[in-house]
Design a protein around this ligand. Structure first.
Ligand code: ZN
Length: 442
């Protein structure tokens, strides 16, 4: 009986094998690369920043019955998956349009690659050789200069490019020498002649934005009016670069974050000698004993102009203290522990043997203001060290308000943004207040 059942089953399986379409075998076989002679056209034309049009034309002797387009924009991400799109086939020309207007566009300088997978009427599958394209904003005649790992593109004002490149390199050197943190991958800076020009290159950017960092692409866009290059431009470049470098160094795939005072303090530190704004803020804070509790600067800074300015200055001073009192290696340890997902207090305890309140008291002593009465730290309800994982979707760009000339609108408070794998972006949003504050001074 058993034998009989097995025989019937075998027969059925055999019949299924015989009856299945002849193409299935070939479809399962490894695809072969379609030879160049059989590809007439394989290109992508970009209407930046709204759409990309992919077009493939193959040898008409080949009857394609199925086509899938695979493409991706290269970026740093913990979860970078390419996009696959089945495309309707009707003859030897196969076309598809990527409407970036729906998804938001990658910045200029980002690299796109694509390939087609085709199946012919014989069931044979083919792939086309991988093609690459660099997104460019061809509204302008860009000039490019570079030094080390910094590539800078600009078009307005002959001396602006060299001036800002020098500033970028100086900022990186300071980060390397003083903090031991190096740029790990090439960074590209696109210097627009103004914030309007820059905003037109990025879909859905806030209308007050004057600079935007794309940490996942290692690209920074800044609108620097010619006459502000020397002052606002130079410091903004160094500040933005620092965010990017620290973001690379402290990259986390487990949702690790950095407190805002650390993020912004490091960026201020990278600007070099403190500006008169910063020294004035610090003098006033010491005189009036008016510094904010450091713990309150873990999160977003105050929206008020002067309070935000003071928060930046206090953050700068805190970093200066940590650097001078404990050295660069401890700061590196702190960044790496935070990247591992440690809570702010735990990372500080492990590094310096004190939590954020202890650090504040030490710093106050260092700048010579009386200790502050700090209530006992409430015990967190959830286990510390269990980070909230940053959502995988959402904008990963962080704008900075425009340079001080031109538009008059004030920057709106920025909603926290998030990026793939928690690149420490949340604190970056406060870049805006930093730059905005400078508006009244320059
Ligand atoms: Zn900043």
């Amino acid at each position: 009986m058993l034998l009989r059942r097995v025989s019937i089953l075998s027969l059925l399986l055999l019949m299924i094998y015989w009856l299945k379409p002849a193409t299935a075998d070939a479809q399962n076989a490894n695809p072969i690369t379609l030879s160049e002679e059989r590809i007439i056209t394989n290109d992508a034309s970009v209407d930046y920043p709204t759409k990309v049009h992919f077009r493939l034309e193959v040898d008409p002797a080949l009857t394609i019955v199925d086509a899938v387009l695979t493409y991706d924009v290269e970026q740093i991400s913990c979860l970078d998956v390419s996009t696959q799109v089945p495309v309707e086939v009707d003859g030897p020309v196969i076309e598809w349009e990527w409407p970036m207007i729906r998804s938001g566009n990658p910045p200029p300088g980002a690299d796109l690659w694509w390939e087609w997978t085709l199946t012919d009427d014989q069931g044979q599958t083919y792939t086309t050789p991988r093609q690459n394209l660099k997104f460019t904003d061809d509204r302008f005649s860009w000039q490019t200069i570079s030094e080390g790992d910094v590539i800078l593109h600009w078009y307005d004002g002959e001396e602006v490019g060299p001036l800002l490149l020098e500033s970028a390199v100086a900022g990186l050197a300071l980060l390397e020498e003083d903090l031991g943190i190096e740029l790990q991958e090439d960074v590209e800076l696109y210097i627009y002649g103004g914030s309007d020009d820059m905003r037109d290159a990025v879909l859905y950017i806030q209308d007050w934005a004057g600079a935007v960092a794309f940490p996942e692409y290692n690209i920074i866009l800044v609108g620097v009016p010619f006459h502000l290059a020397e002052d606002w431009g130079r410091s903004t470049i160094r500040h933005e670069l620092a965010h990017l470098v620290v973001g690379q160094y402290g990259r986390s795939c487990v949702g690790g974050r950095r407190p805002t005072w650390l993020e912004e303090g490091l960026a201020m530190y990278a600007e070099g000698e403190p500006s008169t704004d910063v020294t004035t803020d610090l003098d006033q804070g010491i005189k009036e004993n008016s510094f904010a509790p450091l713990r309150s600067l873990n999160g977003p800074f105050p929206a008020q102009d002067d309070e935000a300015g003071s928060a930046y200055s206090q953050s700068y001073s805190t970093i200066k203290y940590l650097r001078e009192a404990y050295g660069q290696e401890k700061l590196q340890t702190l960044l790496l522990l935070l990247a591992q997902g440690e809570s702010y207090d735990d990372a500080l305890e492990q590094t310096y043997g004190m939590n954020v309140d202890g650090l504040e008291q030490d710093w106050r002593m260092w700048i010579d203001v009386p200790a502050r009465q700090i209530p006992p730290t409430p015990i967190p309800l959830s286990a510390s060290g269990v980070p909230t994982v940053v959502p995988l979707a959402g904008p990963a760009t962080v704008p900075t308000p425009h340079a001080p000339a031109g538009q008059s609108e004030n920057p709106a408070p920025v909603e926290p943004t998030s990026g793939l794998c928690g690149l420490g972006l949340v604190p970056l949003l406060l870049v805006g207040f930093f730059a905005w504050r400078k508006k009244g001074i320059t």
